[in-house]
Design a protein around this ligand. Structure first.
Ligand SMILES: CC(C)(COP(=O)(O)OP(=O)(O)OC[C@H]1O[C@@H](n2cnc3c(N)ncnc32)[C@H](O)[C@@H]1OP(=O)(O)O)[C@@H](O)C(=O)NCCC(=O)NCCS
Length: 115
């Protein structure tokens, strides 16, 4: 289930974000999480299964009709179970009226999701 990020999930979200190749540095990671906390057009979601948060997907909105997937990450113990693909599908349902695409950092995974 896709849920919206809030500050209570900060630590787990930073842990998941740190699996993105460009988010290894702590300072960069803190800047990224701050973007999601303060900028209205940056929206972060978590993937919850039962009580566990095991995935993260972050998007940036452009205008009123377009969205770019900025970050996507799954806890290594839950990879290859279809969670990443489910998050992309859930995002398409959540933003059904929007055109959705990846950025350079998410495109290799995004493009291999069968939507
Ligand atoms: C990318 C990621 C979110 C996929 O999550 P997942 O839940 O394992 O994905 P799914 O189970 O839905 O899909 C697995 C498929 O994605 C492929 N895949 C995994 N990472 C990939 C990547 N970076 N680029 C392209 N394909 C990728 C797997 O090889 C697998 O392919 P297969 O079905 O042909 O075997 C996860 O590997 C991750 O967190 N990676 C680290 C963060 C990252 O690099 N994010 C940006 C990715 S472009």
């Amino acid at each position: 289930m896709l849920i919206r990020y809030n500050k209570a999930f900060e630590k787990i979200a930073m842990g998941l974000l740190s699996f993105m190749p460009k988010e290894k540095d702590l300072k960069k990671l803190q800047e990224t999480i701050k973007l999601y906390e303060t900028e209205k057009k940056w929206r972060l979601f978590l993937w919850k299964e039962e009580e566990d948060v095991i995935g993260l997907v972050g998007v940036q909105l452009f205008g009123e009709s377009s969205i770019e997937v900025q970050h996507i990450s799954v806890n290594p113990s839950h990879r290859f179970e279809g969670v990443g693909t489910q998050m992309i599908k859930a995002l398409h349902e959540y933003y059904a009226d929007y055109e959705i695409g990846p950025n350079k950092d998410t495109e290799s995974f995004y493009k291999q999701c069968e939507l």
